[in-house]
Design a protein around this ligand. Structure first.
Ligand code: ZN
Length: 327
């Protein structure tokens, strides 16, 4: 049973997001270019908080760094507004505590708020209790800033994998109903950094069954290349793959009537950000073609339809158990 306070907060969210451009949520009846509504998602973190730089800028030093999160998130908001798009913003709890006005500005523009952890720690490097505490702290920080409930989650660097599947039970326990943390592939460790991916997980949105209930899961888009499964777009892949190449891969989702999830970060719209003395591999992924990000996003926004994550359809027939047993 929902408490009256929670019901009131959810009503406030619906009202705040009433002007969202979401018509015919989910998949359209006919498949084909532009027929499917996909999701656009933004991971709201500053340029120095990424996993690739975690050994260079420690959590205790975050407060001493030059913050560029407000201006960069404003760029993302303006870009989406130009296309009348509402998406899902996964906010870092640390950011929500220090920039509550920013969180309110995201919500006021009609976007959905999600949780991107508190301190950007990789899930599989935490104990279940640490994950619970981190997630709860972030959820409260975002909810306190915006005054609306937060029920969608994305793990830092897609770090919910088969090693950390226990996190899914905890998300349910904390009231989350949807997640977008699973990359259905095996990647890394790249350049001695963090590995991610859950090979064998479905490549389209599905209902994820764990012992205490179900989560709606929105995996990141991939494509098959010979024996490999590779990321199709988003973040560094958006900047590194040739545009026409990723467009063809994403078009295949549409031909099958399946929505897919785009992700990017505010710092990817900031080619002037300070440069970190990181390894060649880390710098290659973080700084490659930053000046192209906005143009690439514009092209995708013209080519495909986008909305919020929670508006995507999950076909009930696609159920997958976290243990890895396919239906
Ligand atoms: Zn992140």
């Amino acid at each position: 049973m929902k408490g009256s306070a929670q019901a009131a907060r959810e009503a406030a969210l619906s009202s705040a997001c009433a002007h969202a451009v979401v018509s015919g949520a989910g998949t359209a009846a006919a498949a084909g270019p532009g027929a499917v509504q996909n999701a656009v998602t933004v991971d709201v973190e500053d340029y120095f908080q990424v996993s690739a730089f975690r050994r260079l800028v420690r959590y205790d030093d975050w407060g001493r760094m030059e913050s560029r999160i407000e201006r960069n998130t404003a760029k993302a908001l303006d870009l989406l507004s130009q296309f009348d798009l509402c998406g899902t913003f996964f906010v870092l709890g640390w950011v929500a505590e220090r920039f509550p006005r920013l969180v309110r500005a995201i919500c006021a523009r009609g976007h959905e708020l999600g949780c991107h952890s508190y301190a950007h720690r990789l899930v599989y490097e935490m104990t279940p209790q640490e994950f619970r505490d981190d997630t709860q702290r972030a959820q409260r920080a975002i909810e306190n800033a915006a005054g609306v409930p937060v029920h969608v989650y994305r793990a830092p660097s897609f770090s919910i994998t088969s090693r950390s599947s226990w996190a899914l039970e905890i998300l349910l326990e904390l009231g989350f109903t949807a997640d977008s943390s699973i990359f259905p592939l095996r990647l890394g460790p790249l350049d001695g950094r963090f590995p991610y991916g859950w090979p064998g997980a479905p490549r389209r949105p599905f209902r994820l069954r764990v012992s205490s209930g179900d989560l709606r899961e929105f995996p990141l888009p991939t494509f098959r290349f010979g024996p490999w499964t590779l990321p199709a777009t988003g973040g560094a892949y958006l900047r590194l793959w040739p545009y026409a190449f990723q467009c063809r891969r994403l078009g295949q989702f549409e031909e099958q009537g399946s929505p897919w999830v785009l992700y990017f970060h505010p710092w990817e719209l900031d080619a002037q950000q300070p440069r970190m003395a990181a390894s060649i591999g880390a710098r290659a992924g973080h700084y490659a073609r930053l000046a192209q990000t906005e143009q690439l996003l514009r092209r995708l926004f013209r080519r495909f339809r986008f909305g919020k994550l929670s508006d995507l359809a999950v076909k009930e027939s696609r159920t997958w158990r976290a243990s890895g047993a396919s239906p």
